[in-house]
Design a protein around this ligand. Sequence first.
Ligand code: ATP
Ligand code: MG
Ligand code: MG
Ligand code: MG
Length: 464
Amino acid sequence: MLTNELREKYLEFFESKGCIRRPSDVLIPKDDKTVLFTPAGMNQFKNQFLGIGKLDFTRATTCQKCLRTGDIENVGVTAYHHTFFEMLGNFSFGDYFKREAIHWAWEFLTDKKWLGLNADKLTVTVFQEDDEAFDIWNKEIKLDSSRIRRDNEYENFWPAGAPTEGPDGVCGPCSEIFYHPDKGQKEVEIWNLVFTQFNRVGDPPDNLRPLPKKNIDTGMGLERCAAVLQGVESNFEIDTLRQLCEAAADTVKVKYDFHNPEGRAIRRIADHVRAITMCIHEGAVPGSDKESYVIRQLLRRAVLEGYLLGRETPFLSTLVPKVVEIMKQPYPELTETVQSVSDIIHEEESQFLDTVERGVNRFNQIVQKSDVQSSKTISGDDAFDLHQTYGFLVELTVAMAKKNGVEVDRLAFENRVKEQKNISGSGLFANSVMSAGPLDSIRNEAGATIFKGYDSSTCEAKVV
Ligand code: ATP
Ligand code: MG
Ligand code: MG
Ligand code: MG
């Protein structure tokens, strides 16, 4: 099943259950100061969940454009994480609840009329105290208890940890659905069903008050589910994204092979160029503040991935038409901004590559210094200077150093980054974007091919 067909099927299925099909909200919210990018389908319905907004319907279904900066380190490393992705959702505002949400999810996934997935390959989790959800899965769906895992409030509650740590407000247990592929591949979480049924007031015990009107908020990853249906081993191998990976590989003149070391770099380029195209289409531009800053960093990371593969001239903008080609069915408006989005990306990457080139000159001076020649090591301070002044992610410095037969004092470099962060007070996000670069490839790989061994450090999935 093609990705576009899956999106349509999902929306059609939930329409058949009385949900009103609503368009995706914007990716860069204008009125919500709590997030830079829309991280999930429920965000456009926040007010309805809080009980302060009224719509003339109580059931909805959407396919939402999402972006999670917190997942950036996973991109290209895990098989199933993107920065930009699409989330299919169905929502109830005081209307249907747990029983229907579970039954319908199961029907959509397993019924031959819909996805027809093999039920034996699915398992679920529930919140440890949620006997109601456990019993629906076990007694009504007839899922064997060995395939229902109970987990704690950090894994199976929204917001995570709410019963003990708060925040106060609307919250509830969730139930996640996993698919177990063949061939020993890792299980993949495809759908999260959130049962917002409590108002949290103060500390435990007895701080979870049942809401008079209970809500349903669910999110299914479009690309993940497409990967499962298409029997491919990663989201990047599905019909749409595979094309983009191949186009990216062509542009930087390597052959795309999923398992080759370059594969990860190509997947990151594909992911990041899709994300920035979607953002710039909405009118944001690369810059130094908030979402603009994120866009700039995503762009730089993609450019440096290409640079390390030997592509030293602008290339990213040439991929915009391909992004639009694979995304235009659900978002036809993208076709109207291909040229302007390409121009903005071209301008930004050209400028960045000029800076990188000056950085290369500076790098060459550093390498010639007598202390570097004698110690065969570039100091943390010099690496930090390249990072700060020329936008060199440290992995670029390391790769170039290697070519010159010297090393980089990474520990000292990391300490400088930490120091600077303490001074400027930049938090987790700046950390994940700026210092732990996408080119972490090289970190633990002394002597081996440079695009292996990414540090798969995970970050919070929250956009801060
Ligand atoms: P994971 O544990 O795999 O990071 P999650 O629990 O953070 O996923 P949810 O917040 O429950 O994800 O989001 C709902 C669904 O959206 C997930 O079940 C998954 O199918 C999809 N999803 C979440 N994050 C991503 C991502 N970074 N890229 C692609 N799909 C995602
Ligand atoms: Mg999860
Ligand atoms: Mg989840
Ligand atoms: Mg996550």
